[in-house]
Design a protein around this ligand. Sequence first.
Ligand code: ATP
Ligand code: LTN
Length: 331
Amino acid sequence: MRIISGIQPSGNITLGNYLGAVKNFVKLQDKEDITDFLVFVADLHAITVPQDKAELRKNIKSLVSIYLACGLNPEKVKIFIQSEVPAHAQIGWVLQCNGYIGELERMTQYKDKKERQVAGVSVGLLTYPSLMAGDILLYDADMVPTGLDQKQHLELTRDLAERFNNKYGETFVVPTPFIPEAGAKIMSLTEPTKKMSKSDPNPKAYISLLDDINVIKKKIKSAVTDSDGTIKYDIDNKPGISNLLTILSCITNTSIKDLEAKYKDSNYATFKEDVANAVANEIMPIQEKYNELINSKYLDEVLDQGRDYANYLANKKLNKIYNKIGLGRKR
Ligand code: ATP
Ligand code: LTN
């Protein structure tokens, strides 16, 4: 089985990215039936909205260190930077030519992000899911682990794969999304009906894995809740408490039911204190490893290896795709 996933270097990775994506990559890497597992830094995706050059470079390197600090093992998972594998942009173009504007305009992420653009909406923001489909189809991935917000893009990827296969003959593996049962949608701490997002303009809305530990605790203790006073999971009426229960459940591997029973007679302050400590204890060792890695040569070694392997797989596939379509001369 082949697995692939990526994260955009569009800011500092959040607790949402960690619980919805990275933590599952780390779990999946030990599965026995894996032939290839690729995890990349989606820098081409990040430039669909304006990015500062120095910040982008910093975020790319930082994300690689985070991957490693969270426990991804380069012996099992190839880690690479998307823009260092030109075939991603090439297949992205091919898939743009096989996608429809209407289906892209329906994407929720596009509709949300479009509203936030002050300097105009880039064409890339619209066509982004074709590039994402290319990231996946280029490697014949069977499984794609992501958070819930990517479900719609993964469905489009399946549609594009099937459409291409029908038009040009069997070419692509139709991938299966892998969305975790718990932690697939961690919500904002300030507006718990909105997803936690690393590009949120309000830093109190998210926990960055690189936030100072005391800041992390403070953010959790001041998370928006309600005035009802009971610690119960109720997404509609108690989104803030439900979000904190989900976070605690994912980190401690305890079911929400057991947590509700444990905190039956507690107040919000005690509960938040426990959530804050659990999150801090999970993140502290990650930060320690991150600090050891961020300026080491090891990052480049991992990335060189990942780039070479990904280019090898991707170019082989791209040749097949070009041949199916009739591009260039027969290779
Ligand atoms: P941006 O704010 O720039 O859109 P983001 O924080 O939404 O970024 P992505 O880079 O789009 O993060 O997502 C990386 C991975 O993390 C994806 O698999 C995505 O589904 C997952 N993810 C993102 N936000 C959350 C969240 N709040 N809860 C769970 N998983 C999430
Ligand atoms: N679109 C994703 C990041 C992403 C991705 C991918 C995830 C880009 N390419 C391929 C899985 C597979 C996002 O914004 N979270």
